[in-house]
Design a protein around this ligand. Sequence first.
Ligand code: NAD
Length: 278
Amino acid sequence: MNIRVGIIGMGVISRFYVEALINKLKSPVLSAVCDLNVDRMKRFADMEIPCYVDYKELLLREDIDAVVINVPNDKHFEICRTALLAGKHVCCEKPMTLTLDEAEELVRVSRETGFTMFTAFHRRYNVHFVKALEKLSSVDEIAAVHLHYLEKIEEHAGEDRWYLQPERCGGGCIADNGPNAFDTLAFFLGHMTVQNVDIKRNEHGVDIEAHIELVTDSNIEVHVHLDWDYPNGEKKDVRILLKDGREIYADMLAGFNEFKSSLYHEYEEILLDFKSKI
Ligand SMILES: NC(=O)c1ccc[n+]([C@@H]2O[C@H](COP(=O)([O-])OP(=O)(O)OC[C@H]3O[C@@H](n4cnc5c(N)ncnc54)[C@H](O)[C@@H]3O)[C@@H](O)[C@H]2O)c1
């Protein structure tokens, strides 16, 4: 089945979807784009891809099967809900919503309408992480897991500073990077319970660094370190300590020397996984 997809939000992350849709995948096909800023759509207008400033107009198109929602975090809920009710399958950037109630409402609307609600957790597709998991025979081998997700947020943000406004971002590094970090872990460890959280906030109330201790249902200890003020570029890795003393290590950025270049293969996999769930 050929899926026709529209992207809502043509900022920093849109280029990874666009590259996969235009240059890598036969399906889904990029069939429309939307952004409040018309300059961000010029390239697509030149390619005769329909462009919209109002996402509701894009949703009226009957020839669009699905949408990718790639707007600031505080806009996810409203646009996801409207898209599901308009009869579109939805792939939304993380975090799906800013509150649990909103997330549960989207799950409810998705079930009622029968349209897929999918969250784009890109790290679970990272090639180094996938290869590391192949070395693990069973979760029962694991004694503890450490994950680092360290970056300087200003290097990742676009022109709009919504990341540094807690009410738009959801708080800071826990709400924004946390979903990728926790999904990467829950993907192979299953359900985890928070034991302790140590948060450092800056003068604007933004969560700038956090240490989070979790435990899995089978008592594996998990430590997550998130940092938005890391001075040395980026560090995103997982260290799995085994009960027999060995360790499995995945540096998720190894070999991806160009800034954000690991995202190309991860976003291609997001779209393929999304398609498989429609
Ligand atoms: N930047 C990263 O490193 C990164 C990584 C992974 C995931 N994400 C997630 O991707 C999403 C987008 O982040 P980004 O960095 O691309 O943000 P961005 O600010 O660069 O882009 C957001 C775009 O959405 C547009 N927009 C805002 N409201 C809109 C509306 N109502 N209708 C249409 N367009 C609208 C803006 O004009 C802007 O072009 C966020 O949820 C973020 O958490 C970002």
